[in-house]
Design a protein around this ligand. Structure first.
Ligand SMILES: [Fe+2]
Length: 186
């Protein structure tokens, strides 16, 4: 299987953007890029949720190549809610979606690396969670990130967030739509 041009271009730009990480985040970046250098198999069919309408607005302030490549790719992705989301919590239920680019249930089905995206409506909080692998976030919009060793902050479109393995972390949208990419060696 070959990668689609849109996926190949997105991964090339993501690799370039991950080049701005440093410290332990740079190690995670190098690891995910090394893993996606080998191809996976074709994954899930596209699916869109209403909250995905915010993607265009979220990207409107971001003129990077990575943003353009993600914009070209997002319609191919399978957007889903967090598995633990509760329909009774209508703000979170209607206000977020995740898509996996590389990984289980993703555009490329594989278990060695996880690359995905989260979109959120203005004012949405993505609750505290943790997972064994370390994680690098690249913001594609404004937003705020927190972990138990770091106060809430927005690193900006040229910045990144590093979550050490197993740490409790969360993110939230401010008064604008939120869009970010995440990268984990699994
Ligand atoms: Fe996470």
């Amino acid at each position: 299987m070959a990668r689609s041009a849109a996926l190949a271009e997105f991964l090339a730009e993501a690799q370039a953007a991950l080049g701005r990480t440093n410290g332990p985040a740079a190690k995670v970046s190098a690891e995910v890029v090394a893993r996606w250098s080998s191809l996976g198999v074709t994954g899930a069919a596209p699916q869109r949720l209403k909250v995905c309408d915010y993607i265009t607005a979220a990207l409107s302030q971001n003129h990077s190549r990575l943003a353009a490549c993600f914009s070209a790719l997002e319609g191919q992705l399978r957007w889903t809610r967090r598995i633990t989301a509760d329909p009774a919590d209508s703000i979170f239920w209607n206000g977020h979606a995740n898509a996996i680019v590389l990984g289980p249930g993703g555009l490329e089905e594989r278990s060695d690396v996880l690359v995905g995206a989260t979109v959120m409506a203005p004012g949405t909080l993505y609750p505290d969670h943790s997972h064994p692998p370390a994680e690098v976030y690249l913001p594609l919009s404004s937003g705020a990130w927190w972990n138990s060793e770091m106060a809430w902050n927005d690193p900006g479109l040229d910045g990144f967030i590093y979550n050490p393995p197993g740490i409790l972390h969360a993110m939230r949208a401010g008064d604008k739509p939120f869009l970010a990419l995440w990268f984990l060696p699994t």
